[in-house]
Design a protein around this ligand. Structure first.
Ligand code: NAI
Length: 331
């Protein structure tokens, strides 16, 4: 049986996949490197390649893969914006993904970012450890009673919306396809501009597409309330980082919580603590006391990792057995 090649794989991937593999007995080869045009030749020796969010599955990589043995890309993530689906189809490579895994993992991370930023627990933690018990500068606001705007009310956005509802917020939403579940709990769908104008807190849960690229940019920020809190756990390029920095400098953005960043592929998932980081825009973001960045960890719970491994292996087994690929993504 052919071995499956994993790229961008970490110890936690190996553990969760080996656990899930007890039901299948497949063979794995784990590579820590990100898959990119430069190492696609190695990947092309495998019929099935398992990739993650920042692997570069562009036309160049896919052409090399197709010239070799690769016929299936099994994404172990929900988003597929890093795959040139048209090129894959043309080259005869099929692409599967994990459309749903514990959506609570990401939804709850939104709360982690928001509550940390708002009540400044990250700063309080450091102060108290140093014997500094001053609470000067740690003031937050009640989340209860605030207006929250959710962009994208699919699996994750709908849970986020219901959590905010439970916290006593007024929740507005915007989606190209309103979700009846959200409507049934009193969430009001509005156009994007109304959402921007009305929300104290905005959380992004739509995919990255041509339409949503820089959905939060200079223009959008102009419509927003002064001091707005923005949380992005979806994809980095939903936010124009330059515009966000201007918004932070002017005070338009009161708090910014990011689990994703538009140029994250050069940074995230690696220990760069002994390196000189070259991305000045990212480093500028880190200078703001009201910005909190986590390195794409919103999905990182036990439940989500188990779901991801189980579904990915099911996708692979279905492909091997010639069954219908229910999680196939097409251009
Ligand atoms: P989903 O597909 O269930 O929901 C996405 C929603 O966005 C859908 O309701 C869709 O109609 C809506 N949408 C599409 N285009 C839109 C537009 N132009 N304006 C407004 N809404 C639009 O996806 P799910 O599972 O809720 O995931 C959402 C996003 O979260 C994913 O696309 C992915 O980028 C991100 N994600 C991030 C993770 C992390 O660890 N930070 C982990 C998993 C997902």
């Amino acid at each position: 049986m052919d071995t499956i090649a994993f790229f961008s794989s970490k110890r936690y991937d190996q553990e969760s996949f080996q656990r899930a593999n007890q039901a299948h007995g497949l063979q794995f080869e784990f590579f820590e490197n990100r898959l990119r045009p430069q190492n696609a030749q190695i990947a092309s020796q495998y019929e099935i390649v398992c990739a993650f969010v920042n692997d570069e599955l562009d036309r160049e990589t896919l052409t090399t893969l197709a010239a070799g043995k690769t016929r299936l890309i099994a994404l172990r993530c929900a988003g597929f914006n890093n795959v040139d689906l048209k090129a894959a189809a043309r080259l005869g490579i099929r692409v599967v993904r994990v459309p749903a895994y514990s959506p609570y993992s990401v939804a709850e991370h939104v709360l982690a970012l928001l509550f940390t930023l708002n009540r400044k627990t990250h700063r309080a933690y450091n102060r108290v450890r140093e014997g500094n018990f001053s609470i000067e500068g740690l003031q937050g606001f009640d989340i209860h009673g605030k207006s929250v705007g959710i962009i994208g009310t699919g699996k994750i956005g709908a849970i986020v919306a219901s959590i905010f509802k439970g916290l006593g917020c007024t929740v507005f939403a915007h989606d190209v396809y309103p979700n009846p579940e959200c409507e049934s709990i009193g969430i009001q769908y509005v156009d994007l501009d109304t959402l921007f104008q009305s929300s104290d807190i905005i959380s992004l849960h739509c995919p990255l597409t041509k339409e949503t690229h820089h959905i939060i940019g200079r223009e959008a920020l102009l419509s927003m309330k002064r001091g707005v809190t923005i949380i992005n756990t979806s994809r980095g390029a939903l936010i124009d980082t330059y515009a966000a920095i201007q918004g932070l400098k002017s005070g338009k953005i009161g708090q910014l919580g990011l689990d994703v960043y538009e140029e994250e592929d050069e940074l995230f998932f690696e220990d760069l603590s002994s390196h000189i980081i070259q991305d000045d825009v990212f480093m500028r973001l880190l200078t703001f006391p009201n910005v909190l960045v986590t390195g794409h960890q919103a999905f990182f719970t036990h439940e989500a990792l188990s779901d991801i491994a189980r579904t990915t292996l099911k996708n692979i087994v279905d492909y091997r057995q010639g069954h219908e690929l229910i999680n196939e993504v097409k251009a």
